[in-house]
Each structure stands twice: as structure tokens, then as C-alpha cells.
Design a protein around this ligand. Structure first.
Ligand SMILES: [Zn+2]
Ligand SMILES: [Zn+2]
Ligand SMILES: [Zn+2]
Length: 136
């Protein structure tokens, strides 16, 4: 969705689109990777954190962004780039990601064994990165 289309969608749902909301939206849409509430506040010092939270919540309801829980808390990215598993190194904090398609066999195994449908995009998988493993 383009910026103006998103603003129209918010208005159509009865939300006021203030300058602050517009600025938050623009910031999120121009960020290629993950963005946290703290990142937005850092880049837009005039905007307070609760406004950022509320705006991101609205955008998530619209399906524009999605969140994932990483080591430092929730981070957002555009919904169309959400289809990956987050890997976080428990020792050095290094992050990596894997397209969900690559772990389809694991998903099928879990569904077959327990009838549970896992969502691997929502929480990061904690472990050891290649560098830390090599360091022993
Ligand atoms: Zn969540
Ligand atoms: Zn992600
Ligand atoms: Zn590491």
C-alpha cells in the first residue's frame, strides 16, 4: 500500500490523521528492515512513544505492518516483508533471518505430530550464531 492509500484507509475507519501520525507512517514505510518504537522516537523527537505505539497498532490492524518479538522487544516491519524467521544469537546478539519457506518441513512435522500450526514469524528463535559456535 502506498502512503496516501494508507492515510485514506485510516480516515475511512474514522481515525484522525495528524501530522505526527503522518510522520510516523512515512518513517515506517521508508525503513527497509525492522523498526522499533524507540527507533521512531529517536528519529522523530517531537513524537512521544505512546503516539507511536497507538499508530503502529492501527497500522497493524490495517495489515500494513506486522511485529515480531526480538531480543530488545517488539519490532515492526512492513507486512509484505514479514515472511521470515528471526534468528538471534543469545551470546553476541547478532541477528539473522531465514525465509519461512525454508522451514516448511519443520512446520509440517509439528502440525502432523501435534495438530499445532506454528507461526515462526512472531517470536525470534534464540541460539548461537556461526561465529559464536566457532569460538566455542
Ligand atoms: Zn506479538
Ligand atoms: Zn523481521
Ligand atoms: Zn553470536
Amino acid at each position: 500500500m502506498q502512503l496516501e492509500a494508507i492515510i485514506d484507509a485510516l480516515k475511512a475507519r474514522g481515525h484522525r490523521v495528524t501530522q505526527q501520525r503522518r510522520a510516523i507512517l512515512a518513517e515506517v514505510m521508508r525503513t527497509p528492515g525492522h523498526i522499533s518504537v524507540q527507533d521512531v522516537v529517536k528519529r522523530l523527537p517531537k513524537v512521544n512513544a505512546s503516539t507511536v505505539y497507538r499508530t503502529l497498532d492501527l497500522l497493524e490492524d490495517l495489515g500494513v505492518v506486522a511485529h515480531a518479538h526480538l531480543e530488545e522487544g517488539a519490532e515492526y516491519h512492513r507486512a509484505e516483508s514479514h515472511d521470515h524467521v528471526h534468528l538471534v544469537c543469545a551470546r553476541c546478539g547478532r541477528r539473522d533471518s531465514l525465509p519461512t519457506g525454508q522451514i516448511a518441513p519443520l512446520k509440517e512435522l509439528i502440525a502432523r505430530e501435534s495438530g499445532f500450526e506454528p507461526d515462526f514469524t512472531h517470536f525470534a528463535v534464540s541460539g548461537l550464531c556461526a561465529r559464536c559456535r566457532a569460538a566455542g
